[in-house]
Design a protein around this ligand. Structure first.
Ligand code: ATP
Length: 397
């Protein structure tokens, strides 16, 4: 359809980018990116007369999307981009296929397939992308590419794990050189966050992704003061724990749980920065607050008998299980011992008398039931009572 309509409107159109790459790799893709030399919205409108899908167009960017249950088409007018300074928003000018491909991130994403009938199916490879796909090599198109847009560094790591490719040695150097510059001050955190989310939604081992970030020295994109000190084994333990509790890449906050080991050491000192720049969700803020509250309480009580402190135990009980998984990998004694002990004893102090039993008693006002159960738990925790009869006596008193 796109081919016929392009011919009819005398527009040159091409299938480009990730879907061509995936086609060559035999990876199924429902996302078709089409670049048009000319008016992409007009082409998309005509195409949609045949498809009848949901239609969106963005005049400002001269792009349009058609979506139905099976497939999504993104149409864009070929354009070129100029960066006035590192990590700046690029200036846009409408252009031809070559320039549109040149603004792309990696050679493997620059292949195009002609859709017009006179050259239908012809592959156009301006930058050696085909060879790089064969060699499973991730390579930018020019040396300043990572400086112009540092989020490409995260994309490069994502493609390593998503496709099983490897960043080219020369690119590793470019990344390391780019990281010497203070890119953190100019990076767009919204885009960085989206790229981090995407990166951690791919690949089965986030621990390996984090170690790769460390190897390429890219934590500084997140914050220049990051001081990371987890081993791969510890990270693996953490992610195995999260997965055993049923958490995975589908979870909205998964990316946050993945970067938590990276930002942990500066959570306290850079609290305001993170909340402002990263626009954490309510749940993510809750994770941080609960974690900080517990750590503060723990540090205040660390010289007392923590195993007999009911308030501390209760605080930890109120912490989401995801954060408990994290606390377990902290190599800080006695904190680590305490969390492991807590895990073993979590349900042990639950009273034998139930709330239902208490609510059936006419001598107990409903408003007191919660407090009674809490006190019963505390008494069990302190070892003052242990049997059902003890509990009854305690309640009656
Ligand atoms: P996937 O669908 O697996 O995520 P993709 O290559 O389609 O892979 P997208 O993030 O959807 O990735 O991006 C679409 C295209 O836009 C890419 O093929 C790439 O050429 C281009 N692109 C995306 N982000 C950038 C960027 N930061 N710099 C340059 N080009 C980019």
């Amino acid at each position: 359809i796109v081919s016929d309509v392009s011919d009819k409107l005398s527009l040159k159109s091409f299938l480009v980018g990730g879907c061509v790459r995936d086609l060559l790799l035999n990876i199924h893709s429902n996302d078709m990116d089409i670049v048009v030399e000319g008016d992409a919205i007009k082409l998309a409108q005509e195409v949609n007369k045949y498809i009848n899908g949901e239609f969106f167009s963005y005049e400002k960017f001269r792009t349009a999307t058609i979506k139905n249950k099976e497939i999504k088409f993104d149409f864009a007018s070929a354009r070129t981009e100029f960066y006035s300074c590192p990590a700046a928003k690029p200036l846009i000018e409408y252009s031809d296929l070559h320039n549109d491909m040149y603004r792309r991130d990696f050679s493997i994403n620059t292949l195009a397939i002609s859709l017009n009938s006179d050259s239908y199916g012809k592959m156009i490879d301006f930058f050696g992308g085909y060879e790089d796909i064969k060699l499973k090599r991730i390579r930018v198109l020019h040396p300043l590419s990572y400086v112009e847009d540092p989020t490409r560094i995260i994309r490069a790591i994502r493609f390593e794990f998503q496709l099983g490719f490897k960043i080219d040695k020369a690119d590793e150097e470019l990344i390391k050189n780019a990281m010497e510059l203070k890119l953190f001050n100019v990076i767009s955190f919204d885009v960085l966050k989206e790229e981090l989310k995407l990166m951690f939604s791919h690949g089965s081992c986030p621990g390996l992704i984090i170690m790769r970030m460390k190897e390429l020295n890219v934590f500084k994109l997140i914050h220049p003061k990051v001081s990371f000190n987890f081993s791969l084994d510890r990270l693996r333990e953490y992610f195995a724990c999260l997965k055993s509790e049923g958490f995975g890449s589908y979870l909205k906050e998964w990316w946050f749980l993945c970067i938590l080991p990276i930002i942990y050491n500066i959570l306290k000192s850079e609290d305001r920065f993170f909340k402002r720049k990263w626009k954490f969700t309510k749940k993510e803020v809750l994770y941080i607050e609960k974690l900080k509250k517990f750590l503060l309480k723990f540090s205040r009580k660390r010289n007392q008998n923590i195993f007999k402190d009911f308030e501390l135990f209760e605080t930890l009980e109120g912490i989401p299980v995801e954060i408990i998984c994290f606390l377990k990998i902290l190599e800080e004694k006695p904190l680590n011992d305490y969390v492991i002990w807590f895990e073993k004893n979590r349900g042990v102090f639950k009273p034998l008398i139930t709330g239902e039993e208490l609510s059936n008693r006419s001598d107990i006002r409903p408003a007191f039931i919660g407090e009674i159960l809490r006190n019963l738990k505390k008494e069990r925790f302190l070892g003052n009572i242990s049997t059902y009869e003890d509990e009854l006596k305690f309640v009656n008193k």
